[in-house]
Design a protein around this ligand. Structure first.
Ligand SMILES: *[C@@H]1O[C@H](CO)[C@@H](O)[C@H](O)[C@H]1NC(C)=O
Ligand SMILES: *[C@@H]1O[C@H](CO)[C@@H](O)[C@H](O)[C@H]1NC(C)=O
Ligand SMILES: *[C@@H]1O[C@H](CO)[C@@H](O)[C@H](O)[C@H]1NC(C)=O
Ligand SMILES: *[C@@H]1O[C@H](CO)[C@@H](O)[C@H](O)[C@H]1NC(C)=O
Ligand SMILES: *[C@@H]1O[C@H](CO)[C@@H](O)[C@H](O)[C@H]1NC(C)=O
Length: 478
């Protein structure tokens, strides 16, 4: 376990230490490691975010108060730029129209804990209009090749734009079996349909696979693990046919509010580097066959997924010796477990925006509803662990879900890297730091001044990191 010498360090001192480490230092401070140097002497009671004044600075996040403020102070700005919770393909006018709708009915109502069907309804209605528009264009043909190409591009972006309306319709959480909201489930269904249609038209080699979940535990809700496989583009062409060129393969473990059809930005980055990408919904989200309630169940999910990858490596071109995982946001929690469960089959794991330990306290869960997350975080997170719309029951047992308390952090692991913003108020940065204190430690890249996932500062690092994975120089560089 961690050596805890009680040297009280101020937040500022800790930030200085942190800043001196951000150039990419391996922090490997497990048991038996000397306590005399640098960060090794930080006590468990010293935090950068958890239980500091920043955890309680609720005034900085006005959007929890009302739909009016959610639009004015967050959604209108994010939609213009096309960043989370929207994306590059989101159309401003769509979201403005939908929010005008919500504001006129619930302008002064808090979006936190808001009725899920009432949230979903205007997104569902508008999304369906866009969808039928797209379908009608799909039927029209133009004889001129260049015009056809143009039409196709418009059609592809219309499908993506529609998918992003449906995605926001179920935001921040849905699961096709355990969710109580039929309208959110309808949005999820239509997001997949529109995303798949858009991708099929575009220049991708793309496949939907339902892996038989033979190892499934008794409380599974489905018999399959649904995944999307995006095959590496071979010299700009579709890498198709029965014999695909062998390529490095990345498993993208999706998060709380973006599932296997919501990762196109990351998918495009990895494809552009010549790698295959598999996207999978994390437990308790999308169409995952298990929730996170049973802390042992995910091991079976990962084993089944890796077994399938191995069994299909030859036919589908997965380079078995170069399998990586990338967990984003809450997906990072599962990717850390994956780094332990599949340490022998994975070359490395990147956890971006980690939740690992301090997140799983009633104190943090209560605060998180008032901090940087766009709406309330506690109940949706609880729902992914199988405590659907029962956040208090989850808080009562939250410590059971800490990876430290489960002993997961102490276990042997594949190479683990983690990147996040130091000012993260979705999951405290202490959950990233702690990865370096136990077991084999981790390679940490922290971005001071940035919030959850370290974006947009993280983008360049991520590009360089994945490029190094792709060209094989990663072992020397990270
Ligand atoms: C927060 O810090 C105070 C001391 O400043 C301590 O008494 C309290 O137990 C801490 N709370 C948690 C949840 O760690
Ligand atoms: C569009 O063109 C394709 C290929 O030329 C043809 O197979 C299809 O039937 C046409 N569709 C319509 C609705 O005209
Ligand atoms: C969820 O899955 C269980 C087990 O497969 C099934 O019995 C139940 O009907 C499903 N519920 C819904 C709402 O789909
Ligand atoms: C696929 O690869 C196998 C073994 O490498 C080879 O025997 C076969 O001819 C290839 N098929 C095609 C269609 O290229
Ligand atoms: C939580 O962990 C405690 C201590 O290990 C255990 O007694 C309890 O049954 C667990 N609760 C749940 C709901 O798993």
């Amino acid at each position: 376990m961690k050596d805890a010498i009680n040297i009280p360090l101020s937040r500022t001192t800790m930030q200085l230490i942190t800043k001196s480490l951000i150039a990419g230092t391996v922090l490997s401070l497990g048991s038996g490691f000397g306590t005399g140097i640098g960060i090794a002497s930080v006590s468990a009671e010293t935090h950068l975010m958890f239980n500091t004044s920043a955890q309680f600075n609720y005034n900085a996040y006005p959007w929890h108060q009302s739909f009016n403020l959610l639009w004015e102070t967050l959604m209108s700005i994010r939609t213009r730029i096309g960043i989370w919770p929207t994306d590059t393909w989101t159309n401003y006018d769509d979201i403005e129209l939908i929010f005008n709708n919500l504001k006129s009915a619930y302008g002064n109502v808090s979006p936190n804990g808001f009725d899920q069907d009432k949230w979903a309804l205007p997104f569902l209605q508008h999304g369906k209009e866009l969808y039928s528009q797209a379908k009608s264009y799909e039927g029209k043909n133009n004889t001129l090749a260049s015009e056809m190409y143009l039409c196709l591009q418009i059609l592809i972006s219309l499908f993506r734009r529609t998918a992003s309306v449906f995605r926001l319709g179920w935001f921040p959480w849905v699961h096709s079996n355990t969710s109580h909201s039929s309208l959110k489930k309808a949005c999820w269904d239509l997001e997949k349909q529109t995303y798949e249609r858009g991708l099929a038209l575009a220049h991708y080699s793309f496949e939907t696979v339902n892996i038989p979940f033979k190892l499934k535990p008794h409380d599974s809700v489905y018999d399959t693990i649904p995944i999307y496989v995006n095959y590496a583009l071979s010299k700009g062409k579709r890498n198709g046919g029965s014999n695909r060129t062998k390529a490095k393969t990345v498993i993208l473990v999706c998060g709380l509010d973006r599932y296997r059809s919501g990762q196109l930005t990351n998918v495009q980055l990895l494809l552009s580097l010549g790698m295959n990408v598999i996207t999978v919904d994390m437990p308790g989200t999308g169409d995952a066959p298990i929730t996170g309630r049973d802390t042992g169940a995910d091991t079976l999910l990962w084993r089944q997924l890796l077994d399938w990858i191995e069994a299909n490596a030859g036919a589908k071109g997965f380079d078995k010796d170069n399998l990586w995982a990338w967990g984003t946001s809450t997906g990072s929690y599962w990717s850390i477990k994956l780094s332990r469960a599949e340490k022998n089959r994975l070359k490395g794991v990147l956890a971006q925006g980690a939740a690992s330990h301090y997140t799983f306290t009633r104190d943090w869960l209560e605060s998180a509803d008032h901090l940087s997350y766009a709406v309330d975080l506690w109940a949706p997170l609880a729902s992914t662990f199988g405590y659907v719309d029962d956040k208090h029951a989850f808080a009562d047992v939250a410590s059971n879900y800490s990876l430290l308390n489960q002993g997961v952090l102490d276990q042997d692991a594949a190479k683990l890297l983690s990147i996040n913003g130091v000012e993260d108020t979705t999951f405290p940065i202490d959950d990233t730091l702690i990865l370096s204190y136990y077991g084999k430690g981790a390679f940490l890249r922290m971005a001071p001044g940035f919030d959850h996932m370290g974006e947009p500062a993280a983008t360049e690092w991520l590009q360089n990191f994945w490029a190094a994975v792709a060209d094989g120089s990663v072992a020397n560089k990270y």
